[in-house]
Design a protein around this ligand. Sequence first.
Ligand code: ATR
Length: 310
Amino acid sequence: MDISGTTCVYGLIGDPVAHSISPLIHNALAQELGLDLAYVCFPVKGTKVDEAIRGAYALGISGLNVTVPHKQAALSCVQELDPVAKAVGAVNTLVRRDGQDGFKGYNTDVEGFIRETRQDSIPLTGSRAVVLGAGGAARAVCFALAKEGAVRIVIVNRTKEKAQELAGAVNAFAGRELAYILPLEDVQDTDRLLSLAGGAYLAVQTTSVGLFPHTEKTLIRDAAFFRQAVAGIDIIYNPDETQFMKECRAAGKPAFNGLAMLLYQGIASFELWTGKQVPDTAARQVYAMMKEEMARRREADNTDPGRRLI
Ligand code: ATR
């Protein structure tokens, strides 16, 4: 990489950020597309988010990703907000607005899920989905499903109030009764689940259960749950194959991890920043590099917490 006086600087703000794989994604994309940009990580504490974003604008930083725990705080630090990011209630991408004294905020986690499912030939339009979890990652997944025209979403979460709040927000966005909730303790009742979903469903695991190093953990082991699914997606990418994915495959259903969603949210940010479209060949190349990097980290000491969507 040749860094010069004209190199555009992009970066990630969050806490922590040291383990992020986003620098690999964006610097590799820049190389693939022959663009003069560099992407670095900025650890930013919670009390400094507004200051950091204003400072980044003043420094001429071209764009930022925002990760945990600042995705909500960043909402109030932008000049302009994309309607999807507004509905989701979280921002993960800031695009510089020259002459407007600030950034425009987007949420490309939503687009990341849409593109990943497209890549894996999982149709979302007209689909039924069961989403495990009601945190930030679940929000992105649910709004992606709503945006793409899913016909039913069942949100299964340990804390009922969070599921209720998310279902309400999704229904308000969709303008119809799209999302329903099922308490986690009732998920064993697979007949009820199937009738709530209204048919075979895409199962999306968005909780942190099963993350390295607790790789043997999963919220659901019931084979009947997976037999009723069309496919399973676990948005965790460390380990490579989670227990949830193992159970899904054991029931004969395809299962995918979260690495492609991570790539595609990055690609969506990169395209917003640069105005260039990333060709499939470049996406495949960078995906291979990400897989290699994750394998290398696992080989080394595997201290990467493998958090989702960074
Ligand atoms: P993120 O923004 O990465 O999605 P989060 O907002 O902290 O993270 O959400 C984590 C999700 O995992 C939540 O749905 C959480 O359930 P609660 O809403 O009940 O807290 C879920 N989760 C985490 N640990 C869990 C556990 N041991 N059992 C069940 N659900 C769990």
